[in-house]
Design a protein around this ligand. Structure first.
Ligand code: GLU
Length: 278
C-alpha cells in the first residue's frame, strides 16, 4: 500500500449505537490496527433534525466501552479537524460549487411524493440495500442558469447520473461489484435546501479530504458506494478501497436498525466480546 492505512469510524448521532454498528465499527478499528494504520472518528451530524449532541456523547462513550480508541477525532483533534460534520458545512459547499460549475448537479424542487408518483422504475432488489424509486427523467432539470438563482445554498441540488454506465469496484470483503447508473440507482441529492450537504456528498468530501485509504461500512451501503464513486470522479478525488461488512440480523432475518432494538453500552460490549470468545 502506497500510503499509510487510514480508516474511519463514522457514527450518525440520530440514536444510540446498536450491536450492528458496534460490529462494523469494531471491524473498521481492527483493520486499521492490524495494518499499523490510523483510525479516525468522525461524527456525521449534518441531519440537524435527527441528530442530537447527547447521542454524539453517547457514541463516544459506547465506542470506548467496547475497547475502541482513535488517533484523531472530535475529542482529541487532529490534522483534519473539525471532525464533526456540522462544523464543516463551508467545506462541503466548496465541493458543491465545483459540481455546479461543471453542471454535474442541477437544481431540483421535486418532492418525494412527486418522485414516487412519476417514477416508473424501482431499482432491483439488492440484498441488504434499500430499494430506490429511480428518479424519473421527466423531473430532470437541464435548463437552469446560476445567475437566476438567488440563494443557491437554499435549494435542493441533485447529481445527474450517467444513464447506463456500469460503476465497478472490487470490495475487499465481497469481491467484484457492478451497479448500473439509471438502473440500480438514479439521480441523487447532493445538497438540501436547509443548507446542508446530503450524506453522499459529505462522506465523499470527508473521506477524500481526510485521506482515508479504506472505507469500512455496512453492506446496506453497497449501492451508495457506487453513487459515491461517481462523486469521487466528478470532484477529481482519488477513490479509496472499500470493505463492506455483513449486516447483523435479528432472529427473523431482518437487519437490525436503530428503531428495532433497545440500545445500550452493554449490548455493544456483549456482541464484541461474544465474537471474540464465542
Ligand atoms: N454514518 C453512517 C452510519 O452511522 C455510516 C456511513 C458510512 O460509513 O459511510 O451508519
Amino acid at each position: 500500500m502506497k500510503n499509510e492505512y487510514r480508516g474511519r469510524i463514522a457514527p450518525t448521532p440520530s440514536g444510540l449505537l446498536h450491536m450492528g454498528h458496534a460490529r462494523t465499527f469494531k471491524t473498521a478499528w481492527e483493520r486499521a490496527r492490524e495494518r499499523g494504520g490510523k483510525i479516525i472518528l468522525r461524527i456525521e451530524d449534518t441531519d440537524f433534525e435527527r441528530c442530537r449532541k447527547e447521542y454524539s456523547a453517547a457514541s463516544l462513550r459506547d465506542l470506548k466501552a467496547i475497547g475502541l480508541d482513535w488517533d484523531e477525532g472530535p475529542d482529541i483533534g487532529g490534522k483534519f479537524a473539525p471532525y464533526m460534520q456540522s462544523e464543516r458545512i463551508g467545506y462541503y459547499w466548496k465541493r458543491m460549487e465545483r459540481l455546479i460549475e461543471k453542471r454535474l448537479a442541477y437544481p431540483c424542487s421535486a418532492s418525494r411524493a412527486q418522485i414516487k408518483k412519476e417514477s416508473k422504475k424501482l431499482a432491483p432488489k439488492i440484498d441488504g440495500c434499500e430499494r430506490e424509486a429511480i428518479f424519473p427523467e421527466c423531473l430532470r432539470n437541464d435548463k437552469w442558469n446560476i445567475s437566476d438563482i438567488k440563494n443557491p445554498k437554499e435549494i435542493n441540488w441533485r447529481f445527474r447520473v450517467p444513464d447506463g454506465m456500469a460503476v465497478e469496484f472490487t470490495d475487499n470483503n465481497f469481491g467484484p461489484q457492478s451497479f448500473t447508473a439509471g438502473k440500480d440507482f438514479g439521480d441523487f441529492l447532493v445538497w438540501r435546501k436547509i443548507g446542508t450537504p446530503s450524506y453522499e456528498l459529505a462522506v465523499v468530501a470527508d473521506d477524500a479530504g481526510m485521506m482515508i485509504t479504506e472505507v469500512v461500512r455496512g453492506r446496506d451501503l453497497l449501492v451508495s458506494t457506487a453513487r459515491q464513486i461517481l462523486l469521487y470522479r466528478a470532484l477529481g478525488f482519488e477513490i479509496p478501497e472499500f470493505f463492506h461488512c455483513e449486516l447483523l440480523r435479528d432472529e427473523a432475518g431482518e437487519k437490525i436498525s436503530k428503531s428495532s432494538i433497545g440500545n445500550s453500552e452493554t449490548n455493544a460490549w456483549l456482541i464484541c466480546n461474544r465474537a471474540k470468545h464465542p
